[in-house]
Design a protein around this ligand. Structure first.
Ligand code: DC
Length: 238
């Protein structure tokens, strides 16, 4: 297991799809100056690789071929312009927008259920934490990637609220999607994430539950900063 530096802080934010984990994790990283890693983006990038290389075709994933080619998949986070927030790159190309399509979303649960994919990405995530304090969001951060994280948060909200948020987001970006398709995708991803054999989505026993159904981003940020303060991880932020 990768050891974190003793004076660095690891914050694990897990939870259901479309709970706004990345929005709050990003805001927290801006506030604290910690590195932010969107681990869902990493699984989406592997899925995009499979789609672009004919490993997913006609709706079918060729698992053996993906495993064979896994060494060809390079994933990193880098600034696209000096000073901008780091964005996900697949083999040195920025794919931040491409990985957000509904098509990628509809295959990502299948790809993320594959053991060798998880092993590769978990190892990368642990390496990323070696250089300083970090916030990671995902499904297995507090249970598998960093079971010793300094603070674990489990974010959730009812499916219809999450589907409406994701639908509004896609529409705002100009996608032509139907609400029912987005709802079905969110519900299906919950089912797959919770029922897969490899690292299923679970609340870690020591994670704090944040139901953000009726909370804005700033309220969530203050909620987390309060928990950090209670644990002595930050002092006097208010
Ligand atoms: O957070 P997201 O919706 O971008 O994640 C995309 C998918 O990746 C999600 O359906 C489950 C998977 N995932 C995972 O299995 N483990 C993680 N640590 C992060 C995401």
């Amino acid at each position: 297991m990768q050891q974190k530096k003793s004076n660095t802080i690891v914050i694990a934010i897990d939870g259901h799809s479309s709970t706004g984990k990345s929005t709050v994790a990003k805001a927290l990283s801006d506030r604290l100056g910690f590195t932010y890693i969107d681990t869902g983006a990493m699984y989406r990038a592997v899925t995009l690789f499979a789609m672009q290389n004919g490993i997913i075709s006609n709706g079918i994933l060729d698992q053996a071929r993906l495993e064979e080619q896994i060494g060809r998949i390079g994933i990193s986070f880098a600034e696209t312009q000096p000073g901008s927030a780091p964005q996900i790159h697949l083999n040195s190309r920025c794919v931040e927008n491409d990985i957000r399509s509904l098509e990628v979303a509809s295959y990502v649960s299948t790809v993320s259920a594959i053991k060798s994919v998880r092993e590769k990405l978990v190892s990368l995530q642990r390496d990323m934490a070696a250089s300083g304090s970090i916030i990671l969001d995902g499904r297995d951060i507090g249970t598998v990637v960093f079971p010793g994280a300094d603070l674990k948060i489990f974010m959730t909200a009812p499916v219809d609220i999450r589907a409406k948020r994701r639908y509004d987001e896609l529409i705002a970006k100009g996608s032509d999607v139907a609400y029912q398709d987005v709802y079905d995708n969110v519900a299906e991803r919950d089912r797959q994430d919770e029922n897969r054999a490899e690292s299923p989505l679970r609340k870690a026993h020591d994670a704090l539950v944040l139901d953000n159904s009726a909370m804005c981003k700033d309220e969530q940020l203050v909620w987390i900063l309060n928990k950090m303060q209670e644990k002595g991880l930050v002092a006097g932020f208010l």
